[in-house]
Design a protein around this ligand. Structure first.
Ligand code: 5AD
Ligand code: SF4
Length: 467
């Protein structure tokens, strides 16, 4: 998806300095033929899955896609061609709920016309307080939260399952890239965040269970594994910490990344491991949210900006060629001009390579939604643009440093650029690169970086054939 489309997909409350994909159209992740064909009056049944929100949701959708495929459904891209539509939703910001309402209204109409038979609402909105209202208002057939996604299996006619994350049901077996969830939920209580109430407390998957899934994926041809969790670096089991698990995974899989981390859990040895281990992508996503200690306290983030800065120093020292990205919220209740200035200062000091900048959005049931000191919309908008501009400048400056270097590039998507010419790849430093090649996703090419924008690098013609 092009950068411009990606940005316009977003409501005005969010902007990304890199391409995090919210509310993307459904992607056919499995290219394998459907095993059995479920039939509806002699024809194959069809299903459409639409995903909103974060990578956790993309991954949950992969699992549901597997279930649907195993039940004999063929996947289609348009609602009007689908017997079953699954909306896998995000609840993090208010505009996400509004957008899902729009989709539900459309689906309700298609159902009345007899074109869509069943609608399932899953994901974070499914687990939230609004789910019952939506179910009634739009005649939804199945509502599932994030903890019981596995119940979809029975709904589509498969034998019942009892848990969602098992090596028996990897999301993307046989694909070049795969997500592996290592923990669910979150034990923090950030003032603004709805995740703890919709995803529950932290549950860590046993190490052996994770490693089994990674081994199977690698045997099935997966070349890039991303470990997932809301606070992935909080993973622990019997005295073992995230760094131990990461090391084991990086011994098995040829290319590994992880997201998303919490600064309070990020150990220095993990940062050093990123620099040392050649199968780890040298990119760290470490959300800071604000540069002001006063705001970090109000947000209950559990660290001060000095501690965050120190982590970044360790990272830059251990991984000199690495990329660093973050999340920042502007306009949280009680944020003053002084707090905002401190965020801008932190952005300057940390030289981020990318960031997701969010305007605060009050979420029902969170502490921040009840706090006095609301920041007026026009002030929040100005601060938002100021942070965004600072991030883009920093990203552009850092990206330009890569010009002239020769990079090994992992091809993530084939020629899908705006003009169909460039494939989208990723360097070991975690930079996104456009490169003109016919190489298949999952292959590597080597090429020289010729130019750079704030979001992406552009490489010349690769040297030699893809590997
Ligand atoms: N308003 C704005 N941004 C939010 N985020 C989470 N909750 C909110 C909210 N209520 C942002 C945080 C988090 C990212 C995934 O979404 O920056 O890190
Ligand atoms: Fe939400 Fe905070 Fe947990 Fe992240 S750490 S999921 S922002 S509560």
């Amino acid at each position: 998806m092009s950068r411009r489309k990606n940005m316009s997909n977003e409501a005005e409350n969010t902007a990304h300095a890199t391409g995090k994909d919210l509310g993307a159209p459904p992607i056919l992740l499995t290219k394998k033929p459907t095993r059995a064909r479920a039939s509806a009056g002699g024809r194959t049944k069809t299903a459409c899955i639409r995903t909103f929100g974060c990578q956790m949701n993309v991954h949950d959708s992969d699992r549901m896609r597997r279930m649907i495929r195993d039940a004999g459904y063929a996947e289609v891209l348009r609602y009007e061609d689908a017997d079953l539509v699954v909306l896998n939703t995000c609840y993090v910001r208010e505009n996400a709920v509004d957008r899902v309402r729009g989709h539900l209204g459309e689906l309700n109409r298609l159902k009345k016309e007899g074109r869509v038979k069943k609608v399932a609402l899953t994901g974070c909105i499914g687990a939230g307080q609004e789910a019952r209202d939506l179910e009634r208002a739009y005649g939804i057939d199945l509502v599932l939260g994030t903890h019981n996604t596995y119940e979809l299996a029975q709904f589509v006619g498969l034998p019942g399952m009892e848990e969602t994350f098992t090596p028996e049901l990897p999301g993307t077996e046989g694909e070049h890239t795969a997500f592996v969830t290592i923990m669910t939920g979150c034990n923090y209580q950030c003032s603004y965040c709805v995740v703890p109430s919709v995803r529950g407390r932290m549950v860590c998957r046993p190490m052996e269970n994770v490693l089994l899934e990674v081994r199977r994926l690698v045997e099935s041809g997966t070349r890039y594994v991303t470990l997932l969790g809301q606070t992935v670096d909080a993973w622990r089991e019997d005295g073992r910490r995230f760094c131990d698990l990461l090391q084991r995974v990086a011994d098995i899989a040829p290319r590994v990344w992880f997201t998303t981390s919490h600064p309070s859990n990020m150990e220095d040895r993990t940062l050093r491991l990123i620099g040392q281990k050649d199968t780890l992508v040298k990119r760290l996503h470490l959300p800071v949210q604000s540069g002001s200690d006063r705001m970090l306290k109000i947000m209950h983030r559990g660290y001060k900006s000095e501690r965050y800065r120190r982590k970044i120093e360790v990272f830059r020292d251990a991984v000199p060629d690495g990329t660093l990205s973050t999340d920042i919220i502007v306009g949280h209740p009680r944020e003053t001009e002084g707090d905002h200035e401190e965020t801008l200062k932190l952005v300057e000091d940390c030289s981020f390579d990318a960031a997701y900048v969010f305007k605060f959005s009050p979420r029902r049931g969170t502490e921040a939604a009840e706090l006095p000191g609301t920041v007026p919309e026009e002030v929040a908008q100005r601060r938002f643009l100021e942070v965004l501009r600072a991030i883009e400048q920093s990203a552009f400056r850092r990206n330009r440093r890569k010009i002239g270097s020769v990079e090994e590039i992992y091809i993530r998507h084939g020629r899908t650029g705006e003009d169909g010419k460039a494939a989208v790849g990723e360097t070991w430093s975690g930079h996104a690169v456009h490169v003109v090649t016919d190489a298949e996703p999952g292959r590597y090419v080597t090429a020289k970086i010729e130019t750079a924008g704030p979001h992406v690098l552009y490489a010349g013609v690769p040297f030699g054939p893809p590997r």
